[in-house]
Design a protein around this ligand. Sequence first.
Ligand code: ADP
Ligand code: MG
Length: 698
Amino acid sequence: MKVNSAVIPSVTVLKGVGAAMAIKLEKLGIENLQDLLFHLPLRYQDRTSVKSIRELRIGDEVVIEAEVSTSEIKFGKRKTLLCRVQDGTGSLTLRFFHFSASQKNNLSTGKTLRCFGEVRPGPNGLEMVHPEYKALDEVLANTMEQSLTPVYPMTEGLQQNRVRSLMTQALSWLDKEGLAELLPEAIRSQWRLPELKESLRYLHNPPPNANIEAMSEGKHPAQRRLVIEELLAHHLTLLNVRKKIHAQGAFVFQRPQQMSAQFLASLPFSLTGAQQRVCAEVAEDLTLGVPMLRLVQGDVGSGKTVVAAMAALQAVENNFQATIMAPTEILAEQHFTNFTQWLEPLGIKVAMISGKIKGKKREKNLEVVASGEAKVVVGTHALFQDEVRFYNLGLAVIDEQHRFGVHQRLSLREKGRDGLKCPHQLIMTATPIPRTLTMSAYADLDCSVIDELPPGRTAVKTVVISDQRRDEVIARVKEACAQKRQVYWVCTLIEESEALQCQAAEVTAEQLTELLPELRIGLIHGRMKSAEKAQVMQRFKGDAENPYELDLLVATTVIEVGVDVPNASVMIIENPERLGLAQLHQLRGRVGRGSMASFCLLMYKAPLSYTGKQRLQIMRETNDGFVIAQKDLEIRGPGEVLGTRQTGDMQFKIADLTRDADLLDRVQQLASQVSADSQQVSAITRRWLGSSEQYGHV
Ligand code: ADP
Ligand code: MG
């Protein structure tokens, strides 16, 4: 329900909007006049003046007036009416595939026409295919359009002309009744933003001399003004979420004490400067009495897990429980192993809750969690289930957050809530997020960046190679294994189906076993039971007592996140062109974890498109996750970069985070300028997000 639909008339008040039309409009997200007015044109046609044929360029959409010189029907593959017209400056062909006898007669030699259409290249010079046309004597002289003609995003069964006529009515309503101007005058003049009314009028009816280029790039002030207001609305909403959470208060932890020191002393390494800085930021947050809402970004392998462990220890030292949630079973198991190894020597019990742990074992685990015997609880999203009762939960760590929606995050917080206080939250992601996106999508969070890798890592050398050279790749794998390296072989898939992806991995594993009989080859994919997966991982990884038992691991993208096998130094990725750059980067992060030189072979399916080539090139050129994320953002847009959060939780009507990234600084400043006026804030957020539960209840 949109709150403001109560005051803004429904589209049904317009002439020509009956039940059927209302349904079509609803498909476009248009229910009331404001929605309609915010339905901006995709582009514009210029029907305001007649162009001479000589000045036409391919791709122009123009009006011409010309006389028919010849008109003939061609019987080729398709029956075609070809009509040659000339206007004294040049000539052009009108091409029709569908036509009636009367049409043919109308287009006879000597007739003068006014045509509107797109100019295209043809076998005999320029053409218009199926132009709109009228005989000039039917057209009153000087009846050109007075403004550019908008072309709107459409849905099936709706015509441009219908929407244009509805828009005309909506604009006259705008003139009479109007929409409230929500950006204060002072701010508008400071930032040189046109009024809302003026912007809308301009965009739906641009004057003939409007800067179409700027408009088609979305850079016109009239557009920018709307974009700014929309971004501002989202920003304010997130700030509101944050404010409400903060208002709930949180448990005050003491600073890290002896256990933390003991833990650090027990590690075989010392923390990097970046880890120390981020640990300190987190430790400080936890003492403040307001719920921590911190996002830690750190490239794959930057050592986020230790940071999470330090936070968990601080909770435990203060007699609170801490939970760590991972997006996959494999990762949860890995965390469980790590945390157990790290914390049990300090007398801290670690429990694991996941969908795959069932029966007696599960009951037992639930019990130790509920009784508080387990101070640290590791798990998958199974942690959300109702049966899971925490005991004095003080901290929730969410690993690889881009895999979870904001709702899941909120629901975990809900669980731990004791009276009005809510647990601290530490959110970790290995997908580096370009700063612009952090500012908009994560405005409710404080951000820390681990911008330093542990010492001794060598950059992964990336090679882009065609699958026509598969033999060479296989020879290379053989050689690597002979040198006691371990290899990942990652299969991706065309279809989204997990089943098919698993099948592809199975087939590949069989083939490789045949081609490389001397190697010990394992297989891991998403359809295997968790115990099986864990077993395969264990055999690939080995441990202090048992050397590794697998040289090569064929895997689907399930190994993407978090898995850590330092001796694995070669990775083959099949069909890398199917994956996003961020995902490739994640995958590649599985190698280069030890001290030996590592390789990543991107074995693409030839031929590769130009952009495909460019994208893989980026992977070759850089190992910097932030650079890659920025490129991914440019190429694929924010939806892909942010994952669930973006697609599920942040839908924009007009703004486009990629195109409008440069406005975000301004939006942030604006937000602080208006945030004190709560009425203003709620009017702005209501306008753009309705009473939307988009960002979840607090
Ligand atoms: P990610 O940030 O990808 O989650 P992990 O926490 O899994 O990274 O750490 C990757 C590896 O680096 C692990 O084997 C971990 O023990 C190791 N590691 C973490 N911090 C350091 C450090 N300061 N020095 C050396 N190795 C470290
Ligand atoms: Mg990790």
